[in-house]
Every structure is written in structure tokens, then in C-alpha cells.
Write a protein of this length. Structure first.
Length: 330
């Protein structure tokens, strides 16, 4: 397989020009890059679980878990390890190879770290790649989680630096970049992407991807989310995203970051089968798999299996050999 050279010097005008190019040309280029770097019939499956829900002190305008917004969400504390491990076993049995755990915190406290280490080590022992999203993270905390067996840390940039203040005011863009730098220095793989449909322009989408693509190392995983509008959040009622803009963003991400896994994330429950097919054609090669994300619904697993069959796609093989036992979890 001939792979595409990886660049870290993308010009914004170059990226925006590709985004705005004729749709067929953009998809053709992205599919070519995709085939040079990945098996085009293989899709990685990740499952996402909220391990601590609601009450977050940040004011992200899209998020139902913010304490600043009035939604129907009921906050809850950190899940018991046994509940998390049971969900991880179920995810592995369903075909997922990565298990992502999210906690609605601005940042984890030092007293939370022993519980988090246990969760990471336990999920790892089940035979799954591990991912956490906990908000801001120090380099010391990242190293501690790395030693426990953490593979990936998710921390999305959300959007462009210029549009960001219209979405979040309680943490800065620089804060997010610092967390990603801390995670990278600790030796963890990076998962970072954005959210579409928040009222941003194509300029903002291109700028977000250039920011990610010009990092010293590309994120190993790039989740592309569509805004799931929740009543009570400031972005409820935002005009919906043009579905083809989702595909254009995925295609540009594939071209700019040829060896990164591009994940279809939030918003899949509202996507048609045809839109899914275009997204895969544009270079997406991972999905969040399972009937629920952190606090919102997701595409049903039966629907995903049927769609994979119709498109001739197959799940990525299990990344970690199955352990001899779950003795650690007893």
C-alpha cells in the first residue's frame, strides 16, 4: 500500500480552496488519499459511556451537561467500577475495539485519579483500547493515566479559534491546546476534532482542520460531530447544517490528515443511510457504535450492521487479544 506524505505546513487558503472545490473533485481526492492509507472497507468501532454526568462548571453552548443551562438532564456521580466494566464487556461482545469514558468535569481532581486509574486498568484488561475525556488535564495526570493503561485522550477543539468565544467563555482555546500538548508529552495518543452545525462558516471548519493538521503530530483520531440540539442549551434552534458540508469537512480532514482515523461521532441518529455512505466515501473510517452516546441517542446497532452489510463494510478486528480471564475485575 502506497501511503500519502504527511504534511504539517498546510496553508489556510489552500485548505479552504479544497473545501470549496467541486464536490466530486473533493470526494475523488479524499477517496484516493483514503485508499493509499487505509483499507477502504474497514471501519473502527468505538463505544462511548458517560461515567459522570451533568453539573459541569463550563458553559459550552452546545452541551446539555453544563450547570449553566436548564435542561432535563439529571446530574449523577461517578459510576461504580462494576457498572463500567459490564458496559465494556457488552461493547466488546458487540464488536467495539475501543471503549471511551467521559466525565462532565472542567478538570479531574487529584482525589479522582485512583478511581480513574482503576477504570482504565479494568477496561484494558477486558481487551479494549481505552479512551478518556475529562476536560483539562495536567501533564502529571496524563502520565499517571498512561501508566494505568490509557491509550487515547479526547479533548476536542470544537471549532476555529475565532468562532470559539461564541461557543465557550469559561475556558480558552489556549487552554484546550495546552491540554493536548500535555497529553502528547505524556505519550498518549490524541483524539481531537470538532462540532459542526453551531452556526460556524466554512472558513471556521477549514481553520479548525488546519489547526489540527499543523500540529507537530496529527491527532491519531479526529471525531467529527454534528450538533445534537438539546432544548435548554443556547444553541437550541440553530439552523441545521447542510449535510453536504459534513461530507466536505470529512473529506478535507482526510486529505489534511491522511493517516488519522476520522470518526463519525454525534449526530449519526439523524443521518440517512445515503449520508453515511457519502461520509465513508469521503474518508470517514470510524464510528461511535451503540445506541447511546454521553447523554443523547445514537444510531441503533442493528441499523449499523445492516448498513455495513449493504455497503460491503466490515468492522476492524479486535485491537487487543482477549485476556485469559477477568481476574482483575473480581
Amino acid at each position: 500500500m502506497t501511503t500519502t506524505a504527511v504534511r504539517h505546513d498546510w496553508c489556510f487558503d489552500e485548505a479552504l480552496g479544497m473545501y470549496r472545490s467541486p464536490f466530486a473533485d473533493l470526494i475523488f481526492q479524499a477517496q484516493g488519499v483514503h485508499r493509499q492509507n487505509f483499507d477502504p472497507q474497514e471501519v473502527q468501532l468505538s463505544t462511548l459511556l458517560s461515567i459522570k454526568t451533568g453539573g459541569c462548571p463550563d458553559d459550552c453552548a452546545y452541551c446539555s451537561q453544563s450547570a449553566h443551562h436548564h435542561t432535563d438532564l439529571q446530574p449523577s456521580g461517578l459510576l461504580e467500577p462494576e457498572a463500567v466494566f459490564a458496559a465494556a464487556r457488552q461493547a466488546r461482545a458487540a464488536g467495539a475495539t475501543r471503549f471511551c469514558m467521559g466525565a462532565a468535569w472542567r478538570r479531574p481532581r487529584d482525589r479522582d485519579m485512583p478511581d480513574l486509574r482503576r477504570l482504565v486498568a479494568g477496561v484494558k484488561s477486558i481487551g479494549l483500547e481505552t479512551c478518556l475525556t475529562l476536560g483539562r488535564l495536567t501533564e502529571e495526570q496524563a502520565r499517571e493515566l498512561k501508566e494505568a493503561g490509557l491509550d487515547y485522550y479526547n479533548h476536542n477543539l470544537d471549532t476555529s479559534a475565532s468562532f470559539y468565544p461564541r461557543v465557550v467563555t469559561t475556558r480558552t482555546y489556549a487552554d484546550r491546546l495546552q491540554t493536548l500538548a500535555n497529553v502528547r508529552r505524556a505519550g498518549l495518543s490524541v483524539c481531537s476534532g470538532g462540532i459542526l452545525g453551531m452556526g460556524e462558516s466554512d472558513v471556521d471548519r477549514a481553520a479548525l482542520l488546519v489547526e489540527l493538521a499543523n500540529m507537530p503530530e496529527h491527532p491519531e483520531s479526529v471525531p467529527i460531530n454534528m450538533l445534537v440540539q438539546v432544548e435548554g442549551t443556547p444553541l437550541f434552534g440553530t439552523p441545521p447544517l447542510d449535510p453536504l458540508d459534513l461530507v466536505r469537512t470529512i473529506a478535507l480532514a482526510r486529505i489534511l490528515m491522511p493517516r488519522s482515523v476520522i470518526r463519525l461521532s454525534a449526530g449519526r441518529s439523524s443521518m440517512s443511510d445515503e449520508l453515511h455512505a457519502l461520509a465513508f466515501l469521503g474518508g470517514a473510517n470510524a464510528i461511535f457504535y451503540g445506541d447511546r452516546l454521553l447523554t443523547t441517542g445514537n444510531a441503533a446497532t442493528d441499523r449499523d450492521r445492516s448498513l455495513f452489510h449493504r455497503l460491503g463494510l466490515r468492522p476492524q478486528a479486535t485491537a487487543i487479544p482477549s485476556p485469559a480471564s477477568d481476574a482483575y475485575l473480581a
